[in-house]
Ligand binder design. Sequence first.
Ligand code: SF4
Length: 369
Amino acid sequence: MKRKRLDYDRLSFQMEMLNDVNLEISDILISWYFKNKRDLPWRNSTDPYIIWISEVILQQTRVAQGMDYFLRFTGRFPDVTALAEAEEDEILKYWQGLGYYSRARNLHAAAKYIVKYCDAIFPDQYKDVLALKGIGEYTAAAIVSFAWNQPYPVVDGNVFRVLSRLFALQTPIDTGKGKKEFTKIAEWLMNPARAGLHNQAIMEFGALHCVPKSPDCNNCPLQEKCMGYASGSPQSFPVKQNKLKTRDRYFHYFHIIHDGKTWLNRRSGKDIWQGLYEFPLIETEVPTDLSGLQQLNGFQNLFADAGCLSISVELSDLKHILSHQKIYATFYKVEVGHRPAYLDRFTEISLESVQDYAVSRLTDIYLGR
Ligand code: SF4
């Protein structure tokens, strides 16, 4: 049933006039949380290290997929010292398949910093947590509120959605203005005495109940207070300004074989998958088949003095979508008559040992066929 829109227009509603409404909403969210929360291994911990690892894993990963990674990662690196002392290659191997590998490298760098400058004790002040590598406002707020009940609001995708619907907010969430406004509202809504619980409750409510496509408004304890519901189209919130522009990239990998050996490249620079291994690669900006590749300098350099080539396409048109780019990959297996000198710049390994290296998701798919 369509209900009359409440008479406060978006942000101009007077927070101070609402007085206890915020506490009431917060109490409703918390009692919903007690009844409905998922039993997750990091949920009952107040150890900032455990909270940190779980939050970083869950940033770009669904809970179902992240759970195994979390258990394996914290099993191998149970505290900040264990993480700081590990080799980067091993950490990346534990991260393999989760994507966004800079997260793992940042965890490592921050752990080393904590061990070196904080006597291996996780900082308990918001500004010090925020200063750690790879930790943004959201993660810092999650850590200090879950671990020490400090009143910093978390504002993740779930919280944006719940707030935008509750108050029918029209400000686009993907703008600086939107971020500021939503953070202010999240702060106002939070009961500071129950900050950690409140933050967990609103995140879980967004993840399970007020979901993007079909929020369960009919069974919602906040229905009476929800302006998005009153508007008749809660799904139209949150409002976004821009669609992400994506870039298409075409990766052509060469699994080169000679004398029981193959070659891997370790990615460096500021691009994706930094520090991970993959087969020698030629990238093009448009789709290119083998005869097109053979015209390129990259191909001619790679296989100069290789003698007779036996080339087969092993996997083609493998699509991998990242937040700002779509990658289309083709894997070629190439047996060479002679070992090309150009391969000196890569890591030479035995064919069997490829599995020991931390590789990107695409290479993992190719190897696991
Ligand atoms: S009434 Fe619907 S839109 Fe509003 S908070 Fe509840 S589930 Fe979300």
